[in-house]
Write a protein of this length. Structure first.
Length: 187
């Protein structure tokens, strides 16, 4: 009988360790989603700076009448002391334009457009955990955190407002107070 009691406590210990491992996995998934969103934002900044530098070099070359070879140094980035090797392969960058008068959600990438339309159709401000399932994503931590990153980018670009921490609402009401989806249905 001595083994029966120890087997029960062993099973309880394994159950407790399983729960702790699950919690740790959930925390790591949330951190991973947050870092992925931050990485996407930094890639966008890097891409814009690269394009801006190349454009300025081209304009300066055209204005001064110099040979393109003479302005090559303007087009080449300054090398770091030690080269940085990227471990992540960049396939493409998603760009979210800054909101301007007359813009509709049609200018947004699909995932961002879905988020803005869900919020526009809501009766009030929403949390990321409410939005993710309404855009077709599973309500798991990683997807919610990814949605939160997109929401923050939409706030930074003027499409949404964060009236209270974690609560998102449209920054610009639709003309006539109609929802984004009803505008799309009228096309």
């Amino acid at each position: 009988m001595k083994y029966g009691a120890s087997m029960v406590s062993l099973i309880e210990e394994l159950g407790a360790r399983e729960v702790a491992a699950f919690v740790w996995v959930e925390e790591l998934e949330a951190k991973s989603a947050e870092l992925t969103a931050r990485l996407e934002g930094e890639r966008e900044v890097w891409s814009r700076l690269r394009v801006m530098r190349e454009t300025v070099a081209q304009v300066l070359s055209e204005l001064s009448g110099q040979d393109v070879a003479q302005t090559a140094s303007l087009r080449e980035p300054v090398a770091a002391e030690e080269p940085v090797k990227a471990e992540v392969r960049v396939v493409g960058a998603v760009t979210v334009p800054h909101w301007r008068e007359g813009f509709t959600t049609d200018v947004l990438p699909d995932a961002y457009r879905d988020i803005v339309e869900v919020i526009a159709d809501a009766p009030g401000p929403m949390h990321a955990k409410q939005i993710a399932p309404r855009t077709g994503l599973p309500a798991v931590t990683a997807k919610i955190e990814g949605t939160r990153g997109k929401l923050k980018r939409l706030v930074e670009h003027g499409w949404l407002i964060e009236d209270q921490p974690g609560r998102f609402a449209p920054a610009h009401p639709a003309p006539g107070g109609e929802s984004a989806n009803s505008r799309n249905d009228n096309r």
